[in-house]
Write a protein that binds this ligand. Structure first.
Ligand SMILES: *Cc1c(COP(=O)(O)O)cnc(C)c1O
Length: 351
């Protein structure tokens, strides 16, 4: 019996592998604010090219990358069209309003997805009375949507509408690589119709810290200035960029393993009486599993707390649902062990 906690709270909890530490230790360093950080520059060139864009900016967080996109594109009073469950609305402390003076219009739809017609219906007519519809923001994969990945054609139909109205298309791709591996498109293939994309190295890719914003050279130059304004200029950040480069080299294809483990977890959860895993759209399971808790067992918060005490750390997502996330630091044996613990906790909850 090992007592290691199986931490399924988030894919942010991974620790650097020995090889990643070695890459960090041996990275050439400079001062990125002074403009001579070779490893940051290497990462920025690499991620821009991976996403088929002119330029990239390394940021301390995905939140900052999203907010820099908004600040670089929008004026005060502008409106952003997004799904109401998007990260920029739920988890960025009102950043669009506070940092850029923007309104966000939240659209409805299953699993964090919406349709081109909804965007067309939401765009404001150009009129002195109206806010200016300036940006459409899509999240891929969708966190609060249970890790759902967008179909390329659905996203491109939205980009068509945005283009017709002169609107900027931003993709919050904190887990874009997960979506690509599950759905079978390439990062550049998905990003083709996006003006800006945020990707996180600190989620499924397993780096300790860091994200990037990619886009046109002019827009990234503007974002670089706002990054300094927001206090996000990092000096010898090559230590972190090296981890991200290592992750791009070694941790992208292996995301398929996280997805297989998530599927294994979802199937095991379905076999537990009183629990039911949500099925992602198009059958594309990424690394997030949401499951429903039968009220006869208790509330999700209570069950999540008991699972965590028993050695499977998870968060309750709402009163009846729990979220579990697979990642680099859990393997199939851990999933099987987690399932045993979950079944035991549920069995004792009923008695
Ligand atoms: C995690 C996440 C972010 C950024 O989070 P940070 O903690 O700021 O790096 C942005 N969007 C989505 C969808 C996320 O899951």
């Amino acid at each position: 019996m090992t007592s290691k906690v199986i931490d399924l709270r988030s894919d942010t909890v991974t620790r650097p592998t020995d090889a990643m530490w070695e890459a960090m230790r041996s990275a050439p360093l400079g001062d990125d604010v002074l403009g001579d950080e070779p490893t940051v520059q290497e990462l920025e060139a690499r991620i821009a090219s991976t996403l088929g864009k002119e330029a990239a900016l390394f940021t301390p967080s995905g939140t900052m990358a999203n907010q820099l996109a908004i600040r670089s594109v929008c004026e005060g009073g502008d409106e952003i069209i997004a799904h109401h469950d998007n990260h920029i609305i739920h988890y960025e402390t009102g950043g669009p309003a506070a940092l850029s003076g923007c309104m966000v219009l939240g659209l409805d739809g299953p699993s964090g997805m919406f349709e081109a017609d909804q965007v067309a219906g939401a765009v404001r007519a150009v009129d002195d009375h109206h806010t200016r519809s300036r940006m459409v923001a899509v999240e891929n994969s969708h966190n609060r949507g249970g890790g759902a990945a967008w179909r390329l054609e659905d996203f491109e139909a939205i980009a068509d509408v945005a283009e017709r109205h002169g609107m900027h298309v931003h993709v919050d791709g904190a887990r874009l690589f997960n979506a690509c591996v599950a759905a079978g498109y390439s990062p550049a293939g998905f990003a083709r119709r996006a003006d800006t994309v945020n990707v996180c190295f600190s989620k499924g890719l397993g780096a300790p810290v860091g994200s990037a914003l990619v886009g046109s050279r002019a827009l990234i130059a503007r974002a670089r200035r706002f990054r300094k304004m927001f206090g996000g200029g990092m000096r010898q950040a090559g230590v972190l960029a090296a981890a991200a480069i290592h992750a791009l080299d070694h941790h992208v294809d292996r995301l398929a393993t996280d997805h297989a483990n998530a599927r294994r977890l979802a199937e095991g959860i379905d076999a537990v009486d009183g629990l039911r895993a949500e099925v992602p759209p198009h059958g594309w399971r990424t690394n997030i599993v949401f499951f429903h808790v039968d009220p006869a067992i208790g509330g999700a918060a209570d069950l999540a707390a008991r699972m965590t005490d028993a050695g499977v750390a998870v968060y309750d997502f709402d009163p009846t649902r729990i979220r579990a996330v697979t990642h680099l630091d859990v393997d199939a044996d851990d999933i099987d062990r987690a399932l045993g613990i979950i079944a035991e906790v549920v069995a004792t909850s009923r008695s």
